[in-house]
Design a binder for this molecule. Structure first.
Ligand code: S3P
Length: 448
């Protein structure tokens, strides 16, 4: 929600070995899509394992505002009764997507080809993020967008009355842009085509197919060409949301940071468009085994067993960036405690996340005594084995920056503080109790 309330600073101190099982929450990307596609379907969608973080709850609220029924059952299953493609009603209130870039961008796509008007806003972080990357392609369908400078929120979209299908090459590797165009294409007649030069997470394509859309992906010299046939009848589905690899990265990192740790992290999504962090960690020498590999709800899943062991610095191939774009903050923490230098290039997109994540990590790591180099699209971390710590880091309303520095404190020589732990609610509401159960030591500032 936009009203964030007073900040809650906490700090993290040297941790006992982490041990036990980490049941991380459902995948955030898949959760948003399940609610949105459920709302665009006919009949009932039943979702198990939905992430009940603020970002996703805000998307659920938005789907209600567009006319869908969204409810949580006593057993924790989420039920959506959709309105069908083109069936969105005009919301009577401003749609507040809180901190959620994925939420607002996908919802804008989903309503852009319906003859209704909606106004979107968010918190200070979301209202600072670029939306032109979404509104520009939506205009090609005939949608009218009126926002602040740079197309920023608050922003009003007038959906296209007679949408035309679109052929669009995404100018940056972004699953949100790709998905917004595909969702808009649902209510345009004919074929909407999205071309992406680098493969980004493909949950939208997988789930659209699962709901009954005609969608195909072809790999060509120009990149991935995704073709969607417009105006399908989507039918409500049963969806099992796998546990989020981006959230799993934190207990996995904890186990790799704290000597003597062994942590079991079951049911983690291993979609190849998302699992770059695990490939990188294995290259750094991490002891991770991938057990019981299987497919659940159309997504590959594995149980991870992680044991502490020394890590070495690596050069991450830039072409891997889209498959681990949200994991560079925690990778930077692990790189600081590794031996040798870790080079992360091709990560310009990090600058337009919930905050400028290259800057946030560079400043926080420096404050903790780590040598870093940064440029527009790179971050280089000089590993030092033992990190001095002893600083308070700014999180800029960014959940992943908050969790990353709390993990650093688990291994640093001196406690590491963060100025606000509340943003963690957006993606991993159980992070603090879960990590504490494993052995981490967090305390509110002012306590001892
Ligand atoms: C997401 C795509 C990524 C990612 C975000 C979730 C999605 O953003 O950073 O956390 O669910 O589509 P971009 O599409 O801007 O790269």
């Amino acid at each position: 929600m936009s009203s964030h309330g007073p900040a809650e600073p906490i700090f993290s101190s040297k941790s006992a070995p982490l041990r036990g099982e980490a049941l991380v929450p459902g995948d955030k990307s898949i959760s948003h899509r399940a609610l949105i596609l459920g709302a665009l379907s006919v009949g009932e969608t039943r979702i198990t394992g939905l992430l009940e973080g603020q970002d996703v709850l805000d998307t659920g609220k938005a789907m209600r505002a567009f006319g869908a029924e969204v409810a949580r059952s006593d057993t924790g299953e989420w039920l959506v009764h959709g309105v069908g493609v083109g069936g969105f009603a005009e919301p009577s209130q401003v749609i507040d997507c809180g901190n959620a870039g994925t939420g607002v961008r996908l919802i804008m796509g989903a309503m852009a080809t319906s003859p209704i008007t909606a106004t979107f806003t968010g918190d200070a972080s979301l209202n600072a993020r670029p939306m032109g990357r979404i509104t520009e392609p939506l205009k090609l369908f005939g949608t009218i967008a009126t926002g602040r400078s740079g197309g920023r929120l608050p922003l009003t979209l007038q959906g296209a009355k007679n949408p035309t299908p679109v052929r669009y090459t995404t100018p940056m590797p972004s699953a949100q842009v790709k998905s917004a165009v595909l969702l808009a294409g649902l209510n345009a007649p004919g074929e909407t085509v999205v071309i992406e030069q680098e493969a980004t997470r493909d949950h939208t394509e997988r789930m659209l197919a699962g709901f009954g859309a005609e969608i195909s992906t072809e790999t060509t010299d120009a990149g991935r060409v995704i073709t969607l046939k417009g105006q399908p009848e989507l039918l409500g589905q049963r969806i099992t949301v796998p546990r989020d690899p981006s959230s799993a990265a934190f207990p996995v990192a904890g186990a790799l940071l704290v000597e003597g740790s062994e942590v079991f992290v079951p049911g983690i999504g291993q979609n190849p468009t998302r699992n770059g962090i695990f490939t990188t960690l294995v290259e750094m020498g991490a002891d991770i085994s991938f057990e019981n590999e299987r497919v659940e709800g159309g997504e590959p899943v594995a149980d991870l067993r992680v044991r502490f062991g020394p890590l070495k610095g690596v050069e991450v191939p830039p072409e891997r960036a889209p498959s681990m774009i949200d994991e560079y903050p925690i990778l930077a923490v692990l790189a600081a405690t590794a031996q040798g230098v870790t080079v992360m290039r091709g990560i310009k997109e990090m600058r337009v996340k919930e905050c400028d994540r290259i800057d946030a990590m560079a400043r926080g790591l420096e404050a903790c005594g780590v040598q870093v180099e940064e440029g527009e699209d790179y971050l280089i971390v000089h590993g030092m084995g033992r990190v001095p710590g002893g600083a308070s880091c700014k999180t800029h309303l960014d959940h992943r920056i908050a969790m990353s520095f709390l993990c650093l404190g688990m291994a640093a020589e001196n406690p590491v503080g963060i100025d606000d732990c509340k943003p963690i609610e957006t993606s991993f509401p159980d992070f603090i109790p879960l990590m504490t159960r494993l052995g981490a030591s967090f305390a509110a500032e002012g306590s001892s």
